[in-house]
Design a protein around this ligand. Structure first.
Ligand SMILES: [Zn+2]
Length: 348
């Protein structure tokens, strides 16, 4: 069992939830963006540093326990995939994520490593485990130059042909330092959606737009793509989410968190058109509050606060809020699972 927070932090997070979020959140939550790892899943590397909390695994049981704490009195489900890092044993991670998914609450995507995978291996895994789609990542695509990897290298034609023909989900974390602001990324994303209309592409983290300038004016040439969806995982800037709600039909937006990282204490902040994290525990990606000036809540509570403020600003109805948090993702998952994984779905 991981100890994300000490008991004072845990109590405080619950108080934030009760006072600010409980009335807003619907009864059913589908988290479309969760990372899972089997026991010792980060071998041959050391433990995974999750915003200052060291993990040696993140199993479905650990996820179930954490969801219960993070979303009190809510029914929760999730779309899950491994931790994308070519240094880990990717095949073993995929086998656990696929083989141990229950297909009632938890549904799997398969990590895609275009350097080492083949169409035969991907198809065999889909047939065996019922993976609902693919999770590519820049680190697999161009290992020697991760920062400049391009979308077609992350998702080569042979892999997209599988995703298109089987009408699979693709959870896409776009590459390159300028993210959604990069015209090459946007052009390649449009081409991907247009050329492979059977695939359903989920633009993770709203294209990694963690502050308003990173998204403003950049959805106009994407919003009409019928097979492009959006998740706001780890986005804690309410203006980004409000902009998304205004620009894109709510039916195309799926709630997602990036659990387990989202369970750590801290906040993503924008400073002078850049963003970083501020955390109470030292972490490679954050500024650490060494002077202990602040009381933190979880990244997750900060994201939920931002969603609530954005939903208010965009005047979403209760039905739209419920669709965003659950119905949209569950409908996509049901549609794909019925075709790809009938052997994994349990009859009621
Ligand atoms: Zn993620």
């Amino acid at each position: 069992m991981n100890t994300w927070n000490n008991s004072a932090e845990r109590d405080y997070n619950l108080r934030v939830f009760d006072e600010e979020l409980n009335d807003f959140l619907p009864g059913k939550i589908f988290d479309a963006h969760v990372h899972i790892a089997p026991p010792d899943g980060f071998l041959p590397c050391g433990p995974f540093d999750c915003a200052g909390v060291l993990l040696t695994s993140y199993t479905y049981d650990e996820l179930a326990a954490d969801l219960k704490t993070a979303f009190p009195n809510r029914h929760t489900e999730a779309l899950c995939f491994g931790f994308p890092n070519p240094k880990y044993e990717t095949a073993r991670n995929n086998a656990y994520v696929g083989g141990s998914a229950d297909f009632q609450r938890f549904f799997p995507l398969r990590l895609l490593d275009p350097q080492r995978d083949t169409a035969e291996a991907v198809n065999a895994d889909i047939e065996r485990h019922g993976f609902l789609g693919l999770k590519p990542y820049p680190d697999y695509a161009r290992p020697g130059d991760v920062a400049n990897a391009e979308i077609p290298e992350m998702l080569p034609d042979w892999a997209m042909a599988i995703a298109h023909e089987r009408r699979l989900l693709v959870m896409l974390h776009i590459p390159r330092p300028k993210r959604l602001e990069d015209p090459l990324n946007r052009r390649q994303l449009r081409a991907l959606c247009t050329r492979w209309p059977g695939a359903k592409i989920i633009l993770a983290h709203v294209g990694r737009a963690y502050y308003l300038r990173g998204v403003t004016g950049l959805l106009d040439d994407l919003r009409e793509l019928p097979n492009l969806y959006y998740d706001p995982a780890m986005v804690q800037n309410w203006e980004v989410i409000a902009y998304l709600f205004r620009k894109v039909p709510v039916a195309k937006i799926l709630f997602g968190t990036d659990i387990p990282i989202a369970l750590a204490q801290g906040k993503a902040v924008e400073i002078n058109h850049q963003y970083t994290y501020v955390t109470p525990r030292p972490w490679a990606l954050s500024l650490c509050d060494e002077k202990r000036k602040l009381q933190f809540t979880s990244f997750l509570n900060e994201e939920l606060r931002a969603i609530k403020q954005a939903a208010d600003a965009a005047k979403l109805s209760r039905a739209e809020v419920a669709a965003f948090f659950y119905d949209n993702a569950r409908a996509l998952v049901d549609e794909v699972a019925a075709r790809v994984a009938p052997h994994r779905l349990k009859s009621p």
